[in-house]
Design a protein. Structure first.
Lengths: 44, 248
């Protein structure tokens, strides 16, 4: 195997890791929050 | 925004007080710097660079043009650093000049090792794209320690190259810089990594400029910073590939 192709390895791995992180981030932000803060009126 | 405030970058064009100077002199500024503006200007500057590079690439006899390009490029770079307000004139000149130089350098390397220039171009843009993704996703963050590390490493490389340049007048040099030994290749690989990490500092600089509402002309200045890093990265990748090819 040509050694030049090894130079692509970190580039591809970094791109893949970034895409995975982006997908994970978007999934996290679209998930329902497990805690909800509601305003409580006086004497409620 | 606070993470950007104590800006530290190894790129000589993008220093910590660049925005402070720009903001203090922008009382009349109507339009502000945007990330989109920098992207468009970088695209335009790269187009100019590629067109001019194709001139010296196509005709190796035009090496005199490359020498003119080298001198013009240095003058344009100094003018941009000291007077960013004229960056809209000096940066296109810089891109054209550096294109002439890169065309000639690439041609010389390509004559020795056919196909090496195309490989270096793809690797340079591959690195740019991958680091941009890593920066956008938050995988790589330009923290203060990160900036300090890249700054120190770039400074160390600069000092090494300067010593090597001075030594070359006495007919000698630092062996590891030019050697195709394992150490020489590891050194080149390290320099490529540091040059690539400078791109993250450039992205941070651009983001900071857009966030603090730097004047519009800083888009050209940020483009200049990005060009300097990309050109450095391309040349280092070219050298690394040449070292790898020379071992066959």
């Amino acid at each position: 195997m040509k050694t030049e192709f090894l130079l692509w390895l970190p580039i591809v791995l970094l791109a893949l890791a970034s895409i995975v992180k982006m997908l994970a981030n978007s999934e996290r932000s679209s998930r329902k929050p497990w805690i909800r803060i509601e305003e409580i009126k006086e004497n409620e | 925004m606070s993470r950007h405030l104590s800006m530290r970058t190894a790129n000589p064009a993008l220093q910590s007080d660049t925005f402070k100077k720009a903001l203090s002199g922008s009382a009349t500024a109507g339009e502000v710097m945007t990330v989109n503006g920098v992207v468009n200007k970088t695209g335009f500057a790269l187009l100019l660079l590629i067109i001019s590079a194709s001139i010296t690439w196509a005709d190796p006899a035009l090496s005199g043009l490359a020498i003119i390009g080298m001198v013009t490029g240095i003058i344009a770079a100094i003018a941009t650093i000291f007077k960013p307000t004229i960056a809209h004139i000096t940066v296109p000149i810089y891109a054209i000049s550096q294109g002439l130089v890169l065309g000639m350098i690439s041609q010389k390397f390509n004559q020795q090792y056919p196909g090496i220039a195309v490989q270096a171009i793809f690797l340079t843009f591959g690195t740019l794209g991958s680091l941009l993704l890593a920066y956008m996703s938050g995988l790589i963050k330009a923290t203060e320690n990160f900036k300090l590390g890249v700054f120190a490493a770039t400074g160390a490389i600069g000092v090494l190259y300067l010593i090597n340049f001075i030594m070359s007048f006495f007919g000698t040099g630092i062996g590891v810089i030019h050697s195709n030994s394992t150490m020489g290749i590891l050194f080149s690989l390290g320099v490529v990594v540091i040059a690539a990490l400078n791109l993250v500092l450039d992205f941070d600089f651009i983001e900071e400029g857009a966030e603090i509402g730097a004047p519009k002309y800083m888009e050209w200045y940020a483009t200049f910073g990005l060009l300097v890093t990309l050109i450095w990265l391309y040349i280092e990748i070219l050298r690394l590939l040449a070292k790898l090819n020379s071992r066959r």
